[in-house]
Design a protein around this ligand. Structure first.
Ligand SMILES: N[C@@H](CCC(=O)N[C@@H](CS)C(=O)NCC(=O)O)C(=O)O
Length: 291
C-alpha cells in the first residue's frame, strides 16, 4: 500500500499546493485524487476519507486518514525524517516551525482578500489596510529568517523546507496580486516562481479543471510574473524525434513542437502541461538536449 493524497483544484486550492509539495520533496508518488471544486461540496467528495472535510488530506499506507496540511507535513516528516522536509539543525528547525505555524494560523486578511488564482495575475489592485498589515508582518518574519540563513541558500532556512512549502501559496498571492515588496521579499517570491515544483503545479493548474468565475476579481490583469516559458505548441501529428514518452516510456500519441522539432508523449495531459512551461519538466528537457 502506498500513500493516497486528495487535493482540490490546482489553480485555486492553496492548501492543496502545500500537500502536493510535501510528497514531491520526499520523492513519493501517492495515488492522487482530484476533488473538483466545480462539482459538489468538498466535504461530499471526501466521504471515503471521513472525518476529513477539507483538502488536502491523505491516507497513510496503514490506512490512517490525516487532514490539515500542517498535520500532514509533521507526520510525513516523522515518518521520513531524512527526507529533507525539516533540517536536522534544531535551531533552523525550530525557527522553521514557528514560521510555518504562523502562516498556518494567521494572515486571514491576505488569505480572504487575495485568494490564490494561478490562472490570473492582477495589476496593482487596491488592498485593504488589514491585508497590508499582514504583508508587513510576513516581510518581518521572512526578513528574520533570511538574515540568518541567506548564506546557505535562497529559501527561508537556506535549503528548502516545510517553511517554504507553507509560504508557497503566499508567494503565489504576492505575485498574482502585484503586491509591492522589499527586495528581500521579492527575491524570495521569485525563488518560488522559478522553482521547478511550483512551475509544475502551475502547468497542472492551467490545463486541469474549469476557470471558476467566483474566483475572478474586477481588476486589470497582467501576464503571470514568473519566468517566461519557452515557446511550445501542441501539434496534431508526428513523427516525433523521441521513440518513447519522456514521462511514461510509452509510445507517443500526442505531440508538441518546440524550435521546429516535434516531440511525442503517451498522454494528452502530460503533453498539455509541458506545452505551458517546458522547462518545468526536466524529463522532457532531457530529451530536447539529446536531439
Ligand atoms: N487548515 C487546513 C485548511 C484546508 C482548507 O480549508 N482547504 C480548502 C481548499 S483550499 C477546502 O477544502 N475548502 C472546502 C471547505 O471548506 O468546504 C489545511 O491546512 O489543510
Amino acid at each position: 500500500m502506498s500513500y493516497e493524497l486528495f487535493v482540490g483544484d490546482y489553480a485555486y486550492s492553496s492548501w492543496s499546493l502545500r500537500g502536493w509539495l510535501l510528497f514531491r520533496v520526499l520523492g513519493l508518488k501517492p495515488k492522487t485524487h482530484l476533488v473538483d471544486f466545480n462539482k459538489a461540496e468538498v466535504f461530499d467528495q471526501l466521504t471515503d476519507m471521513a472525518p476529513a472535510r477539507t483538502v488536502p488530506c491523505m491516507r497513510t499506507p496503514e490506512g490512517t486518514a490525516i487532514w490539515d496540511s500542517l498535520a500532514m507535513a509533521e507526520e510525513l516528516h516523522s515518518r521520513h525524517p531524512d527526507g529533507g522536509l525539516w533540517p536536522q539543525d534544531p535551531a533552523a528547525r525550530g525557527l522553521g516551525r514557528a514560521l510555518a505555524a504562523e502562516m498556518h494560523s494567521g494572515f486571514s486578511a491576505l488569505r480572504s482578500e487575495c485568494p490564490m488564482n494561478l490562472r490570473t495575475a492582477y495589476r496593482k489592485p487596491p488592498l485593504s489596510d488589514a491585508t497590508l498589515f499582514d504583508v508587513a508582518r510576513i516581510e518581518t518574519i521572512w526578513g528574520h529568517a533570511r538574515a540568518k540563513f541567506a548564506d546557505e541558500g535562497p529559501w527561508l532556512l537556506g535549503r528548502y523546507s516545510i517553511a517554504d512549502i507553507a509560504f508557497a501559496p503566499v508567494a503565489a498571492r504576492f505575485a498574482g496580486y502585484d503586491i509591492g515588496l522589499s527586495d528581500m521579499a521579492q527575491a524570495y517570491v521569485d525563488t518560488h516562481l522559478s522553482d521547478t515544483m511550483f512551475r509544475q503545479w502551475r502547468t497542472m493548474a492551467l490545463v486541469t479543471g474549469d476557470t471558476l468565475p467566483w474566483y475572478a476579481k474586477p481588476f486589470d490583469t497582467k501576464p503571470w510574473p514568473g519566468p517566461t516559458a519557452l515557446a511550445a505548441k501542441a501539434v496534431n501529428k508526428g513523427p516525433a524525434v523521441n521513440a518513447k514518452c519522456p514521462f511514461t516510456g510509452g509510445t507517443p500519441a500526442y505531440f508538441l513542437e518546440m524550435d521546429g522539432v516535434i516531440y511525442g508523449f503517451e498522454n494528452q495531459l502530460c503533453r498539455n502541461e509541458t506545452v505551458h512551461d517546458p522547462e518545468a519538466w526536466p524529463a522532457f528537457m532531457a530529451i530536447t538536449k539529446a536531439v
